[in-house]
Design a protein around this ligand. Structure first.
Ligand code: TXA
Ligand code: MG
Length: 341
């Protein structure tokens, strides 16, 4: 199929979004920007649309999709909402937060991977919101990458993976956050982070919500056969070259990269460290962990294109956005962490 491209602001947005909404309503797939990563959207109420999403991505059918709504209260149409959801929604929606709720019978099993629960997210990105409004239905959307590739943070990433496999790509520029939303479950009174994101544990605590962190977040092996979040059990985002995470500062990273057996070696380092890594393929992670988070998926794709035979990076902290970065990068590294003696 021929994929239609539209860049927001390049023409009549109203007309483009009504066309995109029509595609979703009639069972087609549209990739769109969100504040986290690009999503691959289809009508959440249509089993056929969900099947098409799995097929386009090459994604296992038991990995459930997130359902996107324009307003937090719209979730009650297909999910059983509760006080904890309302509190989370009041504090963090619209925004990079996904909440798992019991599903109502009108939400098809093919969208929820056969689970009795449904994941609800209300994105803040204006293009995502405009698309949901135009579609007049909730939009099921996983990240718009081929299964096993890094989540896309630009329309060019989406095009590389899905051109010719989906009906339309809406280009809204680079994603502001760069890592997928925080996924939270509510069991009775306890709130648990299944996947960390830009709504951090610290931010939840500041809003009076004490959340525990699922043990699979920092230790993928603990995801087991029946993980709380099925997505956690799949190998994710692994670059072609082995990625090693080095505990410590600039000196430790340099010492490890110098001993690389597989060359050329690439180094992911902060902008201020670049001059220390002459002779390596340098992948600039920016000034701080928020910038590293924003760039991570793009850098993993660049690492593949650079011809590097091995990659060395700092092991992130587990604080604030660092926890989300840690969660993604240890999966990309398949657990290869070099600790200080
Ligand atoms: O930021 C995001 O969340 C992006 C944008 C497009 O909104 N979407 C996204 O979707 O990252 P995806 O499909 O790549 O990741 C969804 C995650 C998976 O780990 C999945 O297992 C989990 O959410 N999930 C979805 N429904 C669930 C459910 N009912 N129970 C537990 N986990 C669920
Ligand atoms: Mg994904």
């Amino acid at each position: 199929m021929e994929t239609i491209y539209y860049k927001t602001g390049s023409g009549d947005d109203g007309e483009a979004f009504s066309r995109a909404g029509g595609i979703i309503r009639s069972g087609g797939l549209v990739a769109f920007p969100t504040e986290t990563v690009y999503g691959l959207g289809g009508n959440a109420y249509s089993s056929e649309s969900s099947r098409k999403i799995y097929a386009a991505k090459g994604r296992p059918q038991d990995n459930p999709l997130i359902v996107h709504v324009a307003r937090p209260e719209d979730a009650s149409e297909f999910a059983v909402v509760n006080g904890a959801y309302e509190k989370l929604a009041a504090a963090f929606m619209p925004g990079p937060l996904t909440v798992i709720l019991p599903k109502k019978p009108n939400m098809p099993d093919s969208t929820t991977g056969g689970l009795a629960t449904v994941a609800v997210r209300c994105p803040s990105h204006p293009a995502a919101r405009a698309l949901i409004e135009a579609a007049r239905c909730p939009i099921a959307a996983p990240s718009a990458n081929l299964s096993g590739k890094p989540s896309p943070t630009s329309a060019a990433h989406v095009a590389r993976d899905l051109d010719g496999r989906i009906d339309m790509i809406i280009d809204g520029g680079e994603c502001e956050i760069g890592l997928e939303s925080t996924v939270i479950s509510i069991d009775g009174g306890t709130v648990r982070i299944l996947r960390p994101g830009a709504v951090t544990r610290e931010m939840l605590a500041n809003a009076g919500i004490e959340a525990s962190v699922d043990e699979a977040v920092c230790d993928p092996a603990k995801a087991g056969e029946k993980p709380a979040s099925p997505g956690m059990k799949y190998k994710h985002y692994a670059p072609d070259a082995p990625l090693y995470l080095v505990e410590g500062g600039t000196d430790e990273l340099l010492a490890e990269a110098r001993q690389a057996a597989l060359t050329p070696a690439a180094v992911m380092c902060r902008s201020d460290e670049e001059e220390c890594f002459a002779g390596f393929i340098v992948l600039d992670t920016g000034e701080d962990e928020a910038e590293f988070a924003r760039r991570l998926f793009s850098l993993l794709r660049r690492a593949d294109e650079s011809g590097a035979k091995s990659i060395y990076a700092h092991l992130p902290s587990r604080e604030g956005i660092g926890l989300a970065l840690y969660n993604r990068i240890i999966r990309a590294a398949a657990g290869k962490i070099i600790k200080r003696p």
